[in-house]
Design a protein around this ligand. Structure first.
Ligand code: ZN
Length: 134
């Protein structure tokens, strides 16, 4: 079951510059830093009352973030919803005709299991499901 917003992913060109900007706006003192080579991303994140903001830069030109920025520029990339049963939610959504980027969960940042729905099925919003890896 999908229970809450987990994080908002923001595509950025320059992660250091973005961290400085977010520090200025929110007074963030430290970011969680992580690279996820399998997803092609460099991540800096912080949390606001249980909702993470993930600044995400491309690790290479073939990264999905590089493609996104080339097409649409910097900005909100995806909204991630936490679920307590990621595989059964994916099965349910797939059976309901929602186009899935991943039919099985992948490992993302924060050791979370993640899977994306295709924005063509979700009104143009790239939605991610995520669940802590047990
Ligand atoms: Zn995400």
């Amino acid at each position: 079951m999908i229970t809450q917003i987990d994080h908002i992913g923001i595509a950025v060109r320059d992660i250091e510059a973005s961290m400085q900007m977010y520090s200025k706006i929110f007074g963030v003192e430290s970011f969680h830093r992580e690279q996820v080579p399998t997803q092609g991303v460099d991540v800096a994140s912080f949390e606001l009352n249980g909702v993470r903001i993930e600044l995400t830069a491309a690790l290479s030109e073939t990264s999905p973030i590089a493609t996104f920025i080339a097409k649409r520029g910097e900005g909100i990339h995806h909204v991630a919803f936490r679920t307590d049963a990621i595989q059964s939610d994916l099965d349910r959504l797939g059976a309901d005709g929602v186009r899935l980027v991943h039919t099985e969960p992948q490992v993302g940042a924060h050791e979370m299991l993640i899977a994306f729905m295709h924005p063509s099925s979700t009104g143009g919003v790239l939605m991610e499901l995520c669940s802590p890896k047990h």
